[in-house]
Ligand binder design. Structure first.
Ligand code: FES
Ligand SMILES: [Fe+2]
Length: 393
């Protein structure tokens, strides 16, 4: 919703799930997320004065606490009970590792914050990552996360290597349900190496993916993702992608590199139109599907199995809520980190004798990576990082 470092001495107007809101941090350090129109006569709290406790409306000075309680109505007589009879609409917030989250559902259904294993990986720094607007419906942003075919086509063959050249190699792809949602398993042969890249989709709106700078030249086991992204609907036709970066401690990151890591090429409409036509990126592909993609006009193929699975997971969650149940994955207490599966594994494996056997070999290796087989049975000389045991099933 917001980054901690943005909350300074003026409030910030934001829009989430079709609702206009104001977020601020008061003088005691607490974060408030309030409906903007003051309960008195409606002036917006985006012009309010951030106070030691709460925020004060600019018009007549009513003071609201971070939970919407009215603390003062200075223009009213001292004996007035008005402030005890009203409150300002407010949502609870949760601040974690530099990112402020909001819970906007029913109070009695407030889940535990989803503490993913990737948030505290030994050997990694977890930093606030990207935040950018995409002018289309949030579901097509999420569809993209389980569509690894576009990495090969859009990001490499069409637009030149927006990641590495190795992404141009046609992978064997499978999609599997996982304990936290689903994952794609994309397995390529790169010379003597087999490279298994997996990404998570965690319903309803999280995905994680591994580094885009992988060349698959060295053996490795379960190297973890570099991004966790939430697609936050602004409304039906706009989405904000936001989340964390996970940077290996061994990686030197200059401020310029950090900017590029947060937002790689083609994620926003910041380039001249003709360049976007010649080298389109995710933004262009997704937004041009229409403000809301029309599923009835699509023609889904074999390579869209991940998109179909993702939509089913979301649909199942919606139906569960409609039936008064909790959607899969919602937890009301969170004692253990949630195991996730986004990773890169690179293994030295000789090619099989025939194309058919090679295809099966790649598929089998991909399945074993997702099952945690190589974490438990690493090749000789390959060190398994301690965090790999957290993520593998
Ligand atoms: S409109 Fe906010 S105090 Fe009057
Ligand atoms: Fe992409």
């Amino acid at each position: 919703m917001a980054f901690s470092e943005e909350l300074k001495d003026v409030p910030i107007a934001i829009r989430i799930l079709g609702e206009d809101l104001v977020v601020f941090r008061d003088g005691t350090g607490r974060v408030g997320l309030l409906q903007p129109h003051c309960a008195h006569r409606g002036s917006s709290l985006e012009f309010g004065l951030v106070s030691e406790r709460g925020i004060r409306c600019c018009y007549h000075g009513w003071l609201f606490d971070v939970d919407g309680k009215i603390l003062e109505t200075p223009g009213e007589p001292a004996h007035s009970t008005l402030k005890n009879r009203l409150c300002q609409g407010a949502y609870p917030t949760h601040e974690y590792q530099g990112v402020v989250f909001a819970y906007m559902g029913p109070p009695d259904k407030k889940p535990a914050f989803p503490q993913l294993d990737t948030f505290n990986l030994p050997g990694y720094r977890c930093l606030p990552g990207r935040r950018h607007l995409i002018s289309c419906n949030w579901l097509q942003v999420k569809d993209n996360s389980m569509d690894p075919v576009h990495s090969q086509f859009l990001h490499t063959i069409v637009s030149g290597a927006q990641f590495t050249e190795e992404f141009a190699i046609l992978p064997e792809i499978e999609w599997h349900e996982t304990s936290c949602g689903m994952a794609y398993v994309s397995t390529r042969r790169v010379g003597d190496m087999v490279w298994v890249r997996t990404s998570d989709f965690i319903p309803p709106n999280i995905h994680q993916f591994p580094p885009t700078w992988e060349h698959a030249q060295e053996e490795k086991i379960f190297s973890r993702p570099y991004m966790t992204i939430w697609a936050v609907p602004v409304d039906d036709t706009a989405t904000i992608n936001t989340g964390y970066l996970h940077i290996p401690d061994t990686m030197e990151v200059s401020p310029e590199r950090l900017v590029k890591l947060k937002l790689s090429i083609g994620q926003i409409a910041d380039r001249p139109y003709e360049e976007r036509q010649r080298r389109p990126g995710d933004y262009d592909a997704q937004v041009s599907q229409r403000p809301i993609a029309i599923h009835a006009l699509e023609h889904l193929g074999q390579s869209d199995r991940g998109v179909i699975m993702l939509r089913k997971l979301i649909r199942d969650g919606i139906r569960a809520v409609q039936a008064g149940r909790d959607p899969q994955g919602v937890a009301f207490s969170g004692s253990r980190p949630i195991s996730t599966f986004a990773q890169d594994t690179v293994l030295r494996v000789p090619p099989a004798a025939t194309p058919e056997a090679e295809k099966q070999l790649l598929i089998d290796i991909g399945r074993r990576v997702l099952d945690g087989y190589y974490v438990k049975n690493p090749p000789p000389g390959v060190v398994v990082p301690s965090y790999a045991l957290v993520g593998a099933s």
